[in-house]
Design a protein around this ligand. Structure first.
Ligand code: UD1
Length: 361
């Protein structure tokens, strides 16, 4: 059999976590695949990017596009402009794009126009909220992808409804959970909470970074609500650069009981997650990781593209309403209903995905 060239395109923090196990699996099968990694550089700070490559053992990217920050159009356009010559040159058998970030959008459009088969990892998720840039990115990527790798049954329903054929949909499971399964033993030995002087199992871990929350009027009341919660529960809040910029502009700092931290690497963050009593987030990936770990998660959004984390897992949608944050201690105390780990969130998803690629004609 001829070796197939697979280009994996990553750009932002959650992409690295989703693609690390896929890139590793491709690397384990050198007789079947030549694996090429393109990093768009959408995330570029060491703690948003480099540390993930190091910790997750992703090889140095073969191509770095250095697109950096910018408006959505600028960021997407730079990805398109800079990836086109690479894909033309590499002429891969398939391009893999994960998730829903601007890098995903830019790379998808270019691959499709070069008529290179496109695989979307984490296809079919829908928030049905088109004010979210991620929703637009997902819809476009799915609409032009040839291979739709899904991790939940509702993704299949969405894709079928949008006119995709059953034969293009591959239920491989959740590659982000592959990474969690693999890294868990190392994260467990770190004990980051203890090192911060916080008792494991007791604290609220917070991540908030979405423009809808952070860029408008809601961040201030959210921080006031967190201060109130911090009278009952210790709060640890590693801040995304977007959030950190805004907090600085608003002159808001932390305190002993509401600790603001720098963005953390994968292992340190997972260590905190493993020790968290509960989590408040607006991230997509963290809703899934807490479901896998059985930790109560409160999502400060009006909707989620990951409803399985609510129906099967441990996630509760609070709505995009900072006032509800103060209910968290009460909600945690009464949490503990039935929950389960969704099917095929088991650490073997990347292998299933690469098996699909191996079977391609
Ligand atoms: C992006 C994704 C979002 C994902 C998030 C994870 C899109 C549309 N959004 O949002 O879906 O949940 O990544 O982190 O792609 N910045 C730095 N250093 C960095 C990267 C960013 O300081 O390494 C700052 C810049 O000021 C930048 C801002 O953060 O303008 C936002 O970064 P950007 O990649 O545009 O979007 P995110 O908010 O990270």
């Amino acid at each position: 059999m001829e070796r197939r060239t697979v280009v994996s395109v990553v750009g932002a923090r959650p992409n690295f976590v989703k693609m690390a196990p896929v890139i590793a699996e491709l690397g384990r099968r050198p007789g079947e695949f030549r694996s090429v990694v393109v990093h768009t550089g959408q995330h570029y700070d060491a703690e948003m990017s480099q540390i993930f490559f190091e910790e997750l053992g992703v090889p140095e990217p073969d191509h770095l596009l250095d697109v950096g920050s910018g408006t959505h159009a600028v960021q997407t356009a730079r990805v398109m402009e800079r990836i086109e010559p690479i894909l033309s040159e590499e002429r891969p058998d398939v391009v893999l794009v994960p998730g829903d970030v601007n890098s995903t959008l830019g790379a998808s459009v270019v691959a499709a126009k070069l008529q290179i088969p496109l695989g979307h990892v984490e296809a079919g998720l829908r928030s049905f909220d088109r004010s979210m840039p991620e929703e637009i990115n997902r819809i476009v990527a799915d609409s032009i992808a040839d291979l739709l790798f899904i991790h939940s049954p509702e993704a299949r329903e969405h894709l079928l409804r949008e006119g995709h054929g059953e034969e293009d949909i591959h239920f491989v499971g959740n590659t982000m959970i592959d990474t969690l399964v693999r890294m868990r033993p190392r994260a467990e030995s770190l004990e980051v909470a203890r090192r911060l002087g916080v008792e494991p199992g007791t604290f609220l871990l917070v991540t908030l970074h979405r423009p809808a929350l952070v860029d408008g009027e809601l961040l201030e009341p959210a921080m006031r609500a967190l201060e109130e919660v911090a009278r009952e529960l210790r709060v640890l809040f590693p801040c995304h650069p977007r959030t950190a910029h805004r907090l600085r502009a608003l002159g808001i700092g932390g305190s002993e009981s509401l600790r603001l931290l720098e963005p953390l690497g994968y292992l340190e963050f997972l260590s905190l997650l493993l020790g968290a009593g509960s989590v408040l987030t607006d991230s997509g990936g963290i809703q899934e990781e807490t479901t896998y770990l059985g930790i109560p998660c409160f999502t400060l959004r009006d909707n989620t593209e990951r409803p399985l984390t609510c129906s099967v897992g441990t996630n509760t949608l609070l709505g995009l309403d900072p006032r509800r944050i103060v209910e968290i201690p009460q909600l945690v105390a009464s949490a503990g209903g039935e929950h389960a780990v969704p099917e095929r969130w088991d650490g073997a998803s990347a292998q299933r995905l690469v098996d699909v690629l191996a079977r391609l004609a």
